[in-house]
Every structure is written in C-alpha cells, then in structure tokens.
Design a binder for this molecule. Structure first.
Ligand code: AMP
Length: 308
C-alpha cells in the first residue's frame, strides 16, 4: 500500500457563516486533509502539534479513521493553534478574525520513522520552515511532493515560502492567493509564473467555481458540483488537497492524465465538506456516497458533441 505523509495544522476553529456560528470546534489543515485521504486505500500519517487543551476524542477520531497520529506532538502546558473566520453572504470570501499560533510557534516536526519513505508528501498549510523540515526528513526521494499554503504565510514568511515552493512538484492554491503570489490577475499568467518558481503542476482552486490544473501548456478544468446548500466552506481547500493526494497515492500514477481524475476526486470530497459545519460531514462520510456523487459529477460534465 502507498504511504502518504501529511503535515499541517490540527486546530480549534471558530466559524461564523450566514447560517450560524460555532464555538471552538475541531479544525486545521491536516485534519481536513487526513479525513479526505482516509477515503482511500492507503497508509497515511499526520505530523502536527496540539496543546494540552486538545480533547483526546478528537485525536481518537483521526485514529479511528486509520490515520497514524504518532507524529502529532502534544505539548501538555501549551495551547492548540486557533483560527477564527467569518464568511460573507456569498460564502466565497471570508475574513480571518484571529490566528493564534500558540504551540505552532515553536514546532519542530518529527516524521515517524515508518513514514520517511512515503511515496507522497502532502505539505499542508503551516509555516514554510516546518514544511521544509518535513521534506528534509524524507529518507528516500518521494514520488510526488504537494504543497498547499495561504495568504497568511505570504504576508509573514514569503522568502521561506518561495524557498519551499522551489522544491515541490505540485502546488494547490486558491485564486486570490495565486494572484497575490505572482502579482498577476490572469490565472493563466499566474500559473505560468508559479511554474517558473518550481512546481511542474499548479492547481488553482476557485471555490464554488471549481479548480484548474496546469502543466506546461496543458490545462484541465473541473467545475464544483452545484449544491443546494453550502453551510460552511471551511476546510474545502484542504479537503480538495487530501482527496487529490489520496487518489494519487492509491492509484500510484502521477501522470497529468491521472491528475485530472485526482482533481475530480478532490472536488467531489470538497463538495461534501461544505455541507455541514467544520469536519462534521467528513467524519461520517461513506464510500458509497462518494461513489454516487462521482457519478453525478460525471453526468454533469459529460457531453457528446460531434465536431465536423
Ligand atoms: P481552508 O478553508 O481549506 O482554507 O482551510 C481552513 C483551515 O485552515 C481551518 O481549519 C484552519 O484551522 C486552518 N488555518 C487557518 N489559517 C491557517 C494558517 N495560517 N496556517 C495553517 N492553517 C490555517
């Protein structure tokens, strides 16, 4: 079985959407990535850090999904990373109300020995120095390194971020962040500039407008599934990344053609994530439901046009 190692935040989130408000609930980039990747037949491990305030039941929830959590450090006297965000009425944009790094400020990640030969490394959203450290601990060269990041790290650690971007094969980033990173409005031009920074594959996530995959002069576009209800978009980007990475790990094929399917899997899983607050929908998601939605996806995007 392929191995996937995931680094990212395991967090408390407080979320406000037009539909309601939550107090501190389970969140974090690595949490969403891990839950999405747990839909696949692979071995996966999360490398992260939490404080003594983090409930054991949340760690159990990840372990129950067969995610190796031996790389999650618990700092008894520390506080867990906390993020709070408020969505605007269109649910496509949000304001970050608080980012409290807490234990993340002094995090030295340790990749479990059994995962240092993972085929796929998913560098989820957190400090680029931590992402780099994970990469440096790999004992054999991974087949694929995927990086996800956000504007927060562009604002406060850009040189370090550019250094890690140089070393990865795939970057997943949202449209606004791609524009911020490159200073280009056109996403096609932005993707080209990001290619020049290092990654051979660039995935630009566009929320309810789907995702674009760029590789050299090839572009693939997958829409997002039109949903009746979007409750909370938090974690959709990470869920997409987890689905993308998990599918590639399971199929052991990192060609552009197969990455198209990975984008479809990522989009499908993200469409579940937004249906409930936080991680709620992802924790009880059944394989059968995913399969059914993939079929809906297929009929949504398939057409048979005769070109003469
Ligand atoms: P997404 O909606 O996919 O962008 O991801 C939201 C998740 O990212 C939340 O669960 C947060 O805990 C986490 N998050 C927010 N800000 C940061 C940050 N600066 N670094 C790492 N993770 C973050």
């Amino acid at each position: 079985m392929s191995k996937l190692v995931i680094v990212g935040t395991v967090a408390f989130d407080a979320i406000e959407t037009p539909f309601g408000k939550t107090d501190k609930i389970l969140g974090g980039a690595a949490t969403y990535i891990g839950l999405a990747a747990s839909q696949f037949n692979i071995d996966s491990a999360v490398v992260s850090i939490v404080g003594g305030d983090f409930p054991q039941k949340y760690l159990d929830l990840l372990a129950d999904r067969n995610i190796d959590i031996s790389g999650v450090e618990i700092v008894k006297e520390g506080k867990t990373f906390f993020w709070s965000g408020k969505y605007h009425n269109d649910m496509n944009s949000r304001d970050t109300l608080a980012t409290e790094l807490n234990v993340l400020a002094d995090f030295n990640p340790v990749v479990p020995a059994t995962y240092r030969d993972s085929e796929i490394v998913m560098l989820g959203n957190l400090h680029p120095i931590v992402q780099l450290s994970v990469l440096e601990q790999m004992e054999s060269k991974p087949k694929l390194v995927i990086l996800d990041t956000m504007n927060f790290w562009m604002d406060c650690a850009l040189p370090e971020l550019l250094n890690v971007i140089k070393k990865v094969d795939v970057i997943t980033i949202n449209d606004e962040e791609a524009r911020q990173l490159t200073g280009e409005y056109s996403l096609v031009v932005a993707a080209r500039k990001i290619h020049e920074m290092g990654p051979k594959y660039v995935v630009i996530k566009k929320g309810e407008h789907g995702a674009l995959l760029f590789h050299k002069d090839n572009v693939f576009y997958a829409p997002a599934l039109p949903l009746e209800e979007v409750f909370d978009p938090t974690g959709a980007g990470d869920t997409f990344a987890g689905g993308f990475a998990g599918y590639l790990a399971q199929t052991k094929d990192i060609s552009f053609e197969n990455m198209k399917n990975a984008v479809i899997y990522g989009s499908t899983l993200a469409s579940f994530c937004v249906e409930k607050f936080g991680t709620e929908r992802m924790t009880d998601l059944k394989n059968k439901e995913v399969h059914h939605r993939l079929q809906e996806f297929k009929s949504l995007t398939q057409f048979d046009i005769e070109l003469t």
